[in-house]
Design a protein. Structure first.
Length: 241
């Protein structure tokens, strides 16, 4: 299972939100590029970079920072936030993103996923409270049913589904094992887990999730790394065992 250290960008800084609330922000670094280099130097082969400003407004204000990160590290960069057009997806690819994650637009305009997938690697971001998918930086609900959407995108050309349980994101309360198991069973796409990881035991529990045929392909970890719950090196060792 692949580790994706998270770098969430807001106003050019590296931050984390609590349960997706823009009013509950913790700033961890004023230098996201340096943070990316630290994760890469520790052995991570992927980074998950999110433009929180773009997720909310659709304006890719942190695009130069994404480009600087991609230029500074010799690892793969998965980037999300505000990708609501072919041009936005192309801009991230031009900035060095190896794969883009489409969230709001995937729910509102599923054809966009197919169009982008025909040209560059793409994943679908499904952020939910329970099974209700939220959009526009998690500020709007009613986006549809998580499992139905996970199944719908199986034939879209997307490489993966990034499944986030919003109520656990940034809380260090543990991942939604039951929900992730259901997502894995609902789609043939690779599933990347996000939200709530607090310990190496959580990573072990995620590694054990199976639908009888396959397991999760990756896990996004943010606050647990920033708060020192474990290191990238320890996480990689745990996921490899």
């Amino acid at each position: 299972m692949q580790l994706f250290p998270a770098i969430d960008l807001r106003g050019g800084r590296c931050v984390r939100l609590y349960q997706g609330s823009y009013d509950a922000e913790t700033v961890y670094s004023d230098d996201p590029v340096s943070q990316a280099q630290q994760f890469a130097d520790a052995g991570a082969s992927w980074l998950h970079v999110v433009d929180l400003d773009a997720a909310r407004t659709g304006e890719q204000v942190n695009l130069p920072v994404v480009a600087a990160i991609a230029d500074a590290v010799d690892v793969l960069v998965q980037s999300s936030g505000g990708i609501r057009s072919m041009d936005a997806a192309s801009a991230l690819a031009d900035a060095g993103a190896s794969r883009v994650v489409i969230g709001t637009a995937a729910v509102e305009n599923p054809e966009l996923v197919e169009q982008v997938a025909a040209r560059q690697p793409v994943a679908v971001g499904l952020d939910a409270r329970g099974r209700e998918v939220a959009t526009h930086g998690w500020e709007k609900g009613g986006g549809g049913d998580l499992l139905e959407l996970a199944a719908r995108f199986e034939s879209s050309g997307a490489e993966a589904v990034v499944a986030t349980e919003i109520s656990r994101d940034g809380t260090l309360s543990g991942p939604d094992i039951e929900g992730l198991t259901a997502v894995l069973a609902a789609t043939g796409l690779a599933v990347i887990a996000s939200g709530g990881v607090a310990s190496l035991d959580d990573l072990t529990a995620l590694s054990a999730i199976s639908d009888g045929r396959r397991r999760l392909s990756g896990v996004i970890v943010g606050r647990a790394l920033y708060e020192g719950c474990f290191t990238v090196e320890q996480a990689l060792e745990t996921l490899a065992s």
